[in-house]
Design a protein around this ligand. Sequence first.
Ligand code: ADP
Ligand code: MG
Length: 812
Amino acid sequence: MIRTTDGGWPQRLRRWFGDTNEVDIDEFVVPVKRINAMESSWRALDDNALDEAVGDLRRQAKAGSPPDEWTQEVFAAVRELARRTIGLRPFDEQIAAGLALTSGAVVEMPTGEGKTLAAVAPVAAAALAGGGVHVLTFNDYLARRDAAWMGPIYGALGLSVGVVQEDTAVADRQLAYDCDITYLTAKEAGFDCLRSFLCLEPERLLRRGAEVALVDEADSILIDEARIPLVIAGAIEGEESTARQAAIVVRQLREGIDFDTDEYGHNIFFTETGSTRVEVLLGCGNLYNSDNLGLLADLRNAIHALCLVERDRDYIVREGRVELVDDFTGRVAENRQWPDGLQAAIEAKESLELRDEGSILGSITMHHFLRTYPRLCGMTATATPSAEELRDFYDLRVVSVPPHRPCVRVDHDDVVFTHRDAKWMGLVDEISRVRETGRPVLVGTASVAESEELAAMLEEAGVPGRVLNAKNDELEAGIIAEAGAPGAVTISTNMAGRGTDIKLGGADERERDRVVELGGLYVIGTNRHESLRIDRQLRGRAGRQGDPGSSRFFISLEDPLIGRYGVEKLIGARALPKRQNDPVDSPLLGYEIARAQRIMEGEAFDIRRRLWEFSAVVESQRTALQERRQRVLSGEERPDFLQRCRPERWREVVDLLDRERADEIERWLTLVVTDRCWSDHLAELARVRDGIHVVSYVGKDPASEFCREAAVAYSDLQETIEEEILAVFDDLEIGPTGVDWEALSLVGPSSTWTYQVSDTPFGGNTMRGLANRTGAAAIGAAAAAPFLFVWGLVLHWKRRRLKAEMAKRDDA
Ligand code: ADP
Ligand code: MG
């Protein structure tokens, strides 16, 4: 028996696609029908027979028969297993979406349609084929949630599922990566990729590369985050450097859970949870060990700087420096510093330059990282507005899948005010009015600060609302899930709670009908975003799965988006409406605002393209160097530099050691020196890039100038690596048992840390809008510790050589 949900989806699909994507329809209609046809036979199996049938499928996949032969069968199996294990039977639309994912597309499917479940069949099929699958989620909470939610289906297929979180310890990370399927954020996957680039022993490789990456909330990760470089840095010398590390770590701690302050707010104590968390994040062993005293002090300073000292109250930041504000006068005190490490901690908190900030060991943009996966696919509620970009940057096409039930949400025109205060008044009036009826309201703002401002105003008007403050994803998910409850007023930034389903009526299903009668969820946006896609994402919060709902934006001519363009310029000063408290009724204005948004979008796209040109150069160099390094690491390639060293030196070494150990030294030196020189190269390129915009004054193109300079630097790099290896080898003290690494009592700090930075090659002005720093993340990477140790040695030799040379010069 063929079970189709309503038989009508191909027609709706056709309607949805219009004429442009007609190919896609033909592509998925037939396979979905075939999968539907298999359903009854899977349904008829009892549990034992089902297990056996799954076993047959596994064997077929393992035997290496072409995926085309068994993929549809996997989809049919997943449909039945999903029904039996988690009680959800994937709809035809979800099957179609899954097939599109398998074909390597970005699937657009409205919010609440069940993308999490739709992803299971393609992920399972890819995992059965072998090679590993990474499901890249929007945040740690969703990685946890989705792995646990979908886990039973994978389990029934005999597939193992692992989860990596920001604070997952190294050993557990390795286990999670060894699973058939790993759920984690794109950021964590990227950082681990950087860590693995620094690995010195094949068996310590943190991360098995996966064949396939499926990116959830794909627009946010593939486009919005694409340009942001992921960075891994390490400190080898200088004690101050832990200040920055500490600042990064404490940003991830939670007051009241990880640490407490005393009643006067003068002192800080770590809780049990807190010290364990710090130990995991820094990989520093017992925090209260005597070796960690300095680190502990820095951590305390960092929390102090973060929680007890306030910018613009206690100090200001001017010209890249922290300047103290005098308690009594409220003015800046010249030449005054905070005691001990607090100054450094505050500099670190403000991301200002410290005297020693460690060195960048490696970096990769999200875009290039994602392209390291042999196969990439993604899903999101909003992809079509970015279809061109996805095609250009990732070779991904967009497949739009219609909702299971038609969307009946009403998207109202914008309400436009002349000035900010009028807009706020209008918002408060509207929210109070709607709340009185009991209809739930979800307000999307541009920032946490704006959310809090609005909440305060509503409070004053007697309308209590819940604010999402971007402090904890799991708590936020809990709040946003209840945004559909009767009378709920929820205020959040656009991105908050992404991935969480908003059910009408909230958790209490009996309330659903009442909310439906009131018109469903009412979404209000307080700003137009620079990107139309983000606005659509917000609207999509209402009207899930055919629910009623509506959306509306309240904007003012003083909003940043409009202000930036100067409305006068767009519509002419004479057409500008007079300042008034009531909304303006002018279709022309609405049209011009939409135009401003389109211009902004185009500009942002251009900026991303420029940035991509820059990073592509560095990336191709990194890939080339990295490929060679990985071959040396795995033993596939023998570095042959020692043939070029002084023959007597080589004989000396081989006499002392056997050939095998001599080779081992050669391999280690190659890896370490390559990494060290690459790090220097990155610093050099950063310097070039930061200064390159000046060439535009003489009519040259910065990007092509940069390419030229980078190419020169790269060929220098190859030479430097050779020279350096030979020099270090020449100088190396080798005893009968090999290099006595321990005897050279030089130990670098045992950790590296990772963070994201904003990328602004042309300087702040042209790159406007890119300047906002993204949250930093840190973790102790025990895997990189030996690397730093040896790197410390390399530096040591360098210094010694320098000293020796200077001594020679002095003698002469
Ligand atoms: P999306 O990621 O597309 O926004 P989710 O995966 O979070 O959506 O799922 C939204 C809701 O839809 C969840 O509550 C889920 O239980 C429900 N759902 C998903 N698939 C089905 C299905 N086939 N039948 C019934 N409910 C489903
Ligand atoms: Mg989702």
